[in-house]
Design a protein around this ligand. Structure first.
Ligand code: MG
Length: 261
């Protein structure tokens, strides 16, 4: 099932997104999407509503350097154990919402990533049992003020600006994360589309199960919490007027314009 969060004329709702691309229907879910959803009977053509970030997380945990080729392009060794950091939940935006470059940074980068959405409260989850704690998967962009990441030595400021965590377009509860193509495209000021990142999730150094085990050993995970699983090689800057799209095949495309504050 594809779970979305939508702005309709009647308010913000969770919905199941059904049907073929370009002709989808949104079927309203009563209350929240966790457990076994129940439906209100209201539906909308997806084209008639605005797609929001699919979940409002209490926290966003991110994995650094989870692809060897990205660790290499950063001039570092890939760490033996996962490196984790956090983004504030106030950084979350949905599809088509603008990524706002702060005037304090001269270099704001895209990082296309697979995101895990937690489905129930959990702590000390074993990797082999992780699937039972996962609601599903969505697409993320770990937007980063690269210059500030280097200056600060830790990453809270560089990763934490409002709008620096695009998520969407929906949560797929049936997605298999083991070997999907992940691709980041940038539409430049000249209108040309360039593929900037292209890799496969099978090249992640730490699997989704291992990541959930590692993170949940530290902190209790709550329903809706999001874990970004790291970006492959090909990172680079975005400027105002460009548009960035992250696609995970079989899951969806997350597209956002870029503006200056
Ligand atoms: Mg990242």
């Amino acid at each position: 099932m594809r779970l979305g969060r939508l702005a309709t004329r009647d308010g913000v709702v969770f919905a199941a997104i059904e049907g073929e691309s370009g002709a989808e229907t949104a079927r309203e879910i009563a209350e929240h999407p966790f457990g076994t959803p129940t439906f209100t009977g209201r539906t909308w053509p997806l084209a008639d509503v605005r797609v929001l970030a699919p979940i409002l997380a209490t926290k966003v945990i991110c994995i650094g350097k989870n692809y060897a080729a990205h660790a290499a392009e950063m001039g570092t060794e890939a760490p033996a154990d996962p490196v984790i950091f956090m983004k504030p939940n106030t950084a979350i935006i949905g599809p088509e919402a603008p990524i706002v470059r702060p005037p304090s940074s001269d270099r704001v980068d895209y990082e296309g990533e697979l995101a895990v959405v937690i489905g129930r409260p959990c702590k000390d989850v074993r990797a082999g049992d992780a699937a039972a704690s996962i609601l599903g998967y969505t697409v993320a962009n770990d937007v980063t003020a690269r210059d500030q990441q280097k200056i600060d030595g830790q990453w809270t400021r560089a990763k934490g600006y409002d709008t620096f965590c695009p998520l969407g377009p929906w949560i797929d509860t049936d997605f298999d994360p083991s070997d999907a193509v992940i691709r980041t495209e940038l539409i430049g000021l000249d209108g040309q589309t360039t593929v900037k990142q292209q890799s496969r999730t099978s090249l992640m150094l730490h699997s989704v199960g291992e990541i959930v085990e590692w993170v949940s050993r530290v902190m209790t995970l709550l329903p809706g919490d999001v874990i970004l699983t790291g970006t492959p090689e090909g990172i680079g800057p975005m400027v105002a007027g460009e548009r960035v799209s992250v696609t995970i095949e079989g899951l969806g495309t997350l597209s956002n314009p870029v503006v200056d504050k």
